[in-house]
Design a protein around this ligand. Structure first.
Ligand SMILES: *Cc1c(COP(=O)(O)O)cnc(C)c1O
Length: 465
């Protein structure tokens, strides 16, 4: 499989090249040259497979030419072996036609583990093939750092440095990052805030000699390998609800648009998903676009569902590319205008075509708490605030009679304060994290100073030499 940039000015790459590059050099995002097709018979043949087997078969066409099928299969098995549920991504009924697809049984209790656990193995494999080493650096406000750390911990030829603002993450978030106990993980608590951390990471990438010396890399959310790792669970859920002989809808709590784009990719590949409900909190740029062709950038306001507190959704560019007829020059122009004006406009026919598949939805914090209480009282189902927005979206927007798959993106124990407000008690951490407070923490502390941070990263890289 070959991959093209959505902006048309970067080299084409194979899967391994896309994995290591992340963003294309023209600022665009990589997309497969075509969507692999699964016939109805091929879909039926996937029914009943254990999740890692199904994932390998669904992803095989994307890695073809870079990775052997048997290797992919082995990596899928290893990536999902540590999940705390035998079904990996169990489907739980919440209402007559509403099903929660639980994507939070991985090590950090959020759906990003599905892609990142696999991406860690893919990096290790491709780096060994090429005889290369990379150093991943990133910054976190607390939420995403642990998923990247868990992805890379113990993998060969990679190490990872994550900067977090000292004293400004929750204790659970910090402990999830600092207690992993792998020798290739360096946590640095920076005397500063999250923006300082992010600026330090940007400055390291901008320091060309340092970037080359260290072979810096990122596992950010625009890497197509992450999208590929999220497509199989939509196959799995739809097959369990009767596909390919029955249509389904999906409702996805959305931030950067990666997860719902994966659902749309599953449809392009043959899974009969006829409706895509984009669920947002008060940061509703996508809902406004889908209501009125108004994609204008507002400030970010904090909400009970912090992983959806976004200003723009970077993966939306991929959908735009598809709906603008894969015209890379037009996509590049649309994105340049968007960056210049803070407002995106697409042609009426493009907007109408997107609306035939996609529908927006927004929910306030109070309504989110009400939905957590409702699904708990009516069905005994405890949803985290992100998942609750998806459940409410499914109740309000689902086409009559169709089963709706709601992406349950985080474990309720990650958001104990919101859950306590909604239902009156705090959910316990699941067994594999119950000793989190007893584990040994390892992290360094450093001033907000680029030279000091670069020295930390370099010394860490040279620790075994
Ligand atoms: C990252 C995240 C989201 C948003 O997913 P996107 O792919 O960025 O749209 C939603 N919920 C949770 C819990 C997340 O961690």
């Amino acid at each position: 499989m070959r991959y093209h940039s959505t902006r048309g000015q970067a080299d084409q790459k194979d899967f391994a090249g896309v994995l290591l590059a992340g963003l294309a050099t023209d600022g665009g995002l990589y997309m497969p040259e075509s969507w692999p097709q699964f016939s109805a018979a091929e879909l039926r043949a996937l029914r009943g497979l254990p999740y890692p087997e199904l994932a390998a078969r669904v992803m095989a066409p994307f890695v073809a030419g870079s990775i052997e099928f048997a290797d992919l299969q082995a990596m899928c098995r290893r990536a999902y072996a540590g999940f705390a549920h035998k079904a990996t991504v169990p489907l739980v009924q919440v209402d007559t036609n509403i099903f929660a697809l639980e994507l939070f049984h991985g090590p950090t209790l959020a759906f990003k583990d599905l892609a990142l656990q696999l991406v860690g193995h893919l990096f290790e494999h491709v780096l060994a093939q090429r005889g290369e080493k990379v150093r991943i650096v990133g910054a976190t406000s607390g939420d995403t750092g642990s998923a990247a750390i868990e992805a890379v911990a113990g993998r060969k030829n990679i190490d990872i440095t994550i900067l977090h603002p000292f004293g400004k993450t929750s204790e659970v978030q910090r402990r999830q990052m600092t207690t992993v106990g792998a020798e290739n993980v360096l946590n640095i608590a920076v005397d500063g805030n999250f923006d300082d951390c992010q600026d330090l990471v940007k400055a390291m990438f901008a320091d060309a000699p340092f970037r080359e010396e260290m072979n810096l890399s990122a596992v950010n959310s625009i890497n197509f390998a992450r999208i590929a790792g999220q497509i199989p669970y939509y196959f799995y859920a739809a097959l369990n609800l009767g596909a390919p002989d029955r249509e389904v809808a999906v409702a996805v709590p959305t931030g950067n648009f990666g997860n719902i784009l994966a659902a749309w990719a599953a449809r392009q590949m043959g899974v009969p998903i006829s409706r895509f409900i984009v669920a947002s909190n008060r940061n509703d740029i996508l809902a406004r676009f889908l209501e009125a062709n108004d994609m204008s950038v507002h400030g970010v306001e904090p909400s009970l569902s912090p992983s959806m507190d976004i200003q723009v959704s970077s993966n939306f560019e991929r959908l735009l590319f598809e709906f603008q007829g894969r015209d890379a020059a037009l996509t590049a122009k649309t994105m340049a205008d968007f960056r210049a004006t803070g407002k995106m406009t697409v042609a009426d026919e493009v907007w109408h075509a997107i609306r035939r598949d996609f529908e927006g939805f927004r929910l306030s914090d109070d309504e989110t708490l009400a939905e957590i209480a409702r699904s708990y009282q009516e069905s005994g189902y405890l949803a985290d605030p992100h998942t609750a927005i998806g459940l409410a979206a499914a109740r309000e927007k689902a086409p009559v009679g169709l089963p709706v798959i709601v992406a349950a993106t985080a474990h309720p124990a990650k958001f104990p304060d919101a859950i306590e407000k909604a239902v009156g008690s705090r959910p316990p951490l699941p067994p594999h994290l119950s000793d989190l407070y007893d584990r040994k923490e390892v992290f360094s502390r450093a001033p907000n100073d680029l030279a000091v941070i670069e020295t930390c990263v370099r010394n860490f890289a040279n620790r075994n030499v």
